[in-house]
Write a protein that binds this ligand. Structure first.
Ligand code: S3P
Length: 438
């Protein structure tokens, strides 16, 4: 895929559905009694992997695509309605599928094995194995390396309290889902608040979820009561702020651009990108603020802006963890030195995002230093197009497609179709906005 600057970006874009919320709508719909209707579902490869896994366990799921994204009907069979999968469950590239599903599988009355692609088989699963083992689960990493494939022999689980060393929504959600099958209340404390879509949606389906924080806001606790009656619901998935992020960045960087991004989820556990962009001097206005179920959303009006460097760290990190690659691109074009710290989690995403961003920012001429938990980026130098190797990481491919619009020359992105993981229509949407007249 070759990309270069042609024209300012103008017009409106409806952002595809949120990936995290789409996954959860299938999982919770499958465990509920009755039908769950999901609209504006993300039809990216990761969410399709979740659908395939539940179909393998006997859940009838229909998916149609229309101009509003995916329209899904999940015919749930209740908490105890899954049956033994027809073969090994394949999560593809999706960490959310492996980690959340493991919480469900641990409490079933059958045995199952779950795995995924080459990248998934390198990602750490001890972070979910440790709390599940503490709840009495029987879970084994078949290669003995703490990664997938995971073998789960379903067991009665025990309610317990887990102090999570990482602020991870995947760990939190895994424990909450296992807690649905436990013999007592299960609770988890995390060091900073990670995305809370599971809490909001489980509650919406009828689960008893309690959340709290201490007065100093230094830790965050969530608990779940076992064996709730979950009931199928209507879910309208808001646009994914993690996908909107590329168009926010493109509009900010390309002179003369102005974009209206429609129906973007602005849950405060996900909106760190907006806060950081505003601190960098971005012209972003929120319009038509509303709710999609329990999830807040808005239209975002974004105009080309001169950006300055910032420091990004602390409790902000979980609220923008997936946006750090595109924020690093913004930093490369901003005046001054941006420091990202406290983001060691980037090293265990779909790729080692600190290493892969550093490699590719260096290739376009940006002085950047990788640190164990972040990057130091000297912005504002003239940058040029080149060949980019995103290491098959969708968010890195999209970040450099945007960078291309503000670089001299052409950018050649290898394995560019990896964007299908979270945004199958990304290049088409980008192309359409570049051809709009004012
Ligand atoms: C996700 C949680 C985050 C995020 C991932 C999706 C989720 O991962 O990076 O893309 O849907 O719960 P961690 O829980 O590992 O931080």
């Amino acid at each position: 895929m070759i990309i270069k600057y042609t024209a300012p970006l103008r017009g409106e874009l409806s952002i595809p559905g949120d990936k995290s919320i789409s996954h959860r709508s299938i999982m919770f719909g499958a465990l509920a009694n009755g039908t769950t209707e999901v609209t504006h579902f993300l039809t990216g490869a990761d969410c399709l992997s979740t659908i395939a896994c539940f179909r393998q366990m006997g859940i009838d799921i229909t998916l149609e695509e229309n101009s509003q994204g995916g329209h899904v009907l999940v015919h749930g069979k209740g908490l105890h309605g899954l049956h033994s999968p027809s073969g090994i469950l394949d999560a593809g590239n999706s960490g959310t599928t492996v980690r959340l599903l493991s919480g469900i599988l641990a409490g079933q009355s059958f045995e199952s094995t779950i795995t995924g692609d080459e990248s998934i088989q390198k990602r750490p699963m001890k972070r979910i194995m440790t709390p599940l083992l503490a709840m009495g689960a029987d879970i084994t990493s078949l290669n003995g390396n703490g990664c997938a494939p995971l073998l789960l022999r379903g067991k009665t689980l025990h309610g317990t309290h887990y102090d999570s060393p990482v602020a991870s929504a995947q760990v939190k959600s895994c424990v909450l889902l296992a807690g649905l099958y436990a013999d007592g209340i299960t609770s988890l404390r995390e060091p900073a608040l990670s995305r809370n879509h599971s809490e909001l949606m489980l509650r919406y389906f009828g689960a008893d979820i309690k959340t709290g924080t201490d007065t100093a806001h230094t830790d965050f606790t969530v608990s779940v009561t076992p064996d709730p009656l979950l009931t199928g619901q209507k879910v309208r998935v808001p646009g994914d702020i993690s996908s909107a992020a590329y168009f926010i960045a493109a509009a900010l960087l390309v002179p003369g651009s102005e974009l209206l991004l429609k129906n973007v989820g602005i849950n405060p556990t996900r909106d760190g990108m907006l806060r950081v962009c505003q601190a960098m001097g971005a012209d972003i206005t929120l319009l038509n603020e509303d709710h999609s179920g329990a999830e807040p959303c808005a239209d975002l009006l974004v105009r080309n802006s001169n950006l300055k460097a910032v420091e990004i760290g602390g409790d902000l990190i979980p609220t923008l963890i997936d946006e750090l690659p595109i924020l690093a691109v913004l930093a490369a074009f901003a005046d001054g030195t941006t420091v990202i710290r406290g983001a060691a989690e980037l090293r265990v995403k779909e790729s080692d995002r600190i290493a892969v961003m550093t490699e590719n920012l260096t290739r376009i001429g940006c002085p950047v230093e990788a640190t164990p938990d972040g990057m130091i980026i000297s912005g504002g130098k003239p940058l040029h197009g080149t060949t980019i190797d995103p290491h098959k990481d969708h968010r890195i491919a999209m970040s450099f497609a945007v960078a291309a619009l503000a670089c001299s020359g052409e950018m050649d992105i290898l394995d560019a179709d990896c964007v299908k993981i979270s945004y199958p229509g990304f290049y088409e949407d980008l192309g359409a906005l570049r051809n709009q007249k004012k």
